[in-house]
Design a binder for this molecule. Structure first.
Ligand SMILES: *Cc1c(COP(=O)(O)O)cnc(C)c1O
Length: 418
């Protein structure tokens, strides 16, 4: 059973001030989870989580995570600017971009961020643009198919990211010639893993590579970045990851591989997005229409522009019909938004309690890659974002868009200046 972190009574109160749809975030849940992650890796003195800003680019959320000791993982100019705005600088920022446009490395260097190079050819690009920093990271792609337990796998051989082993070896040598003194290694091989085995397995891959790179190039490897990919159970039947078990699995690999090779001072970094935030966000929406044709439809006031994952990946997001938690799920619905796109469905053939117009629906696990993937198709406006604070009060951390925001980049006529 997935239980919302807000009650119907709370939502009734909140919707008096903030109309649906909106995303709401749970400060308490975010903080407790961030502390647990820190605890799971407390065996590593240099451990740091760099929150993947793309998962939820809101400075209020980034500030909460900063207070819990997290930095930021950025891959664009505006993500760097957001980090700057919340007071993150220097080694608190990881710049893990790919296909990097001109000017962004310069911004990253101005902030003193760690730069993670996605490709060998980016060495010259960086050198010409703003020079090689003393500490530099390279992204690795082992190729092939990467299989973790319970069949979870991905296909790094098909992924655009990272360098081959030969390339990363050459990259370290060349970067040393150009003045780099300290090195990091990074890799992101499988997304949304719901198994405790992914990080420990990835750690073994990267630790073995680190030992090899140190032997071959003499490079001083100071950190290893396990990046993102630790997932969450979107479906109520899935067993959640146990981050303490994951941290312990990484520690075992560390002691078996890095310590004997004289790499026992290496810091472990993570760049988690989904794990840090997904469960601590809800998209709250109201049932506004019902339709009975060949199937039963419930139309809500949110649409795929507020949450793209179901339309984009066919992703499952659990739905709670507020106030009907104990009623039987004896109605089968497609829960849809209003886009003129037939994939604008939050749920297909979902068994739910009977939904009446005006019912509030909580769509679960929207805290990461939810609002952030929003778009304006069909002229749909982005919703507000609210923060449920630890004391139970609610703060609006982003207002809803207005038509003025949507038209802000047009200068067609006076009409658009209103
Ligand atoms: C998207 C991304 C992450 C975060 O991934 P999650 O699946 O949200 O943990 C981390 N690092 C990089 C480079 C990414 O692109």
């Amino acid at each position: 059973m997935k239980k919302p972190f807000v009650t119907l009574e709370q939502l009734k109160e909140i919707t008096k001030t903030y109309p649906t749809p909106f995303h709401i975030y749970d400060e308490k849940g975010i903080r407790e989870n961030a502390r647990l992650l820190k605890k799971a890796f407390s065996w590593n003195p240099g451990f740091k989580e760099y929150f993947a800003v793309k998962a939820e680019p809101n400075p209020y959320i980034m500030k909460i995570l900063k207070e819990e000791g997290c930095g930021a993982d950025c891959s664009s100019l505006t993500e760097l600017m957001l980090s700057e705005a919340v007071g993150l600088t220097g080694s608190e920022i990881m710049f893990s971009s790919n296909d990097t446009p001109a000017g962004e490395y310069t911004k990253a260097r101005q902030l003193g961020a760690y730069i993670n190079l996605d490709d060998y050819t980016m060495i010259d690009f960086l050198e010409q643009e703003c020079g090689i920093p003393e500490t530099i990271c390279c992204r690795y792609n082992p190729g092939g198919v990467y299989t973790v337990s319970n069949g979870i796998m991905d296909n790094p051989g098909d992924a655009k990211y990272g360098m081959t082993k030969d390339q990363i070896t050459d990259a370290f040598r060349r970067l040393m010639q150009l003045g780099a003194r300290r090195f990091g290694i990074h890799s992101f091989l499988v997304s949304n893993t719901v198994t405790n085995d992914y990080y420990p397995m990835l750690a073994r891959t990267l630790f073995t590579l680190a030992v090899e790179l140190k032997e071959k190039t003499g490079a001083d490897i100071t950190f290893i970045n396990l990046s993102g990919g630790v997932g969450i159970p979107y479906h109520p039947d899935q067993k959640p990851n146990d981050i303490m078990v994951i941290g312990e699995g990484v520690r075992k690999a560390y002691e078996e591989i890095l310590v004997p090779a004289g790499l026992g001072n290496t810091a472990i970094f993570t760049e988690l997005g989904r794990f840090m935030l997904a469960p601590y966000g809800h998209l709250v929406t109201t049932a506004i229409h019902e339709k009975h044709i060949y199937k039963e439809y419930i139309g809500v006031d949110a649409c795929a522009a507020n949450l793209m994952r179901p339309a984009m990946y066919g992703a499952y997001h659990h739905i709670t019909v507020m106030g009907k938690e104990d009623m039987p799920c004896d109605h089968m619905y497609d829960v849809t938004g209003s886009l003129c796109e037939n994939n604008d469905k939050f749920a297909i053939d979902r068994m739910l309690p009977k939904i009446d117009m005006g019912d509030l629906l909580v769509i679960h696990d929207t805290g990461a890659h939810g609002f952030a993937m929003g778009y304006n198709y069909n002229g749909k406006l982005r919703s507000a974002e609210l923060l449920l604070k630890e004391d139970g009060s609610v703060q609006m951390i982003r207002r809803a868009e207005t038509p003025g925001d949507y038209f802000a980049t047009l200068d067609f006529s006076e009409f658009f200046k209103k």
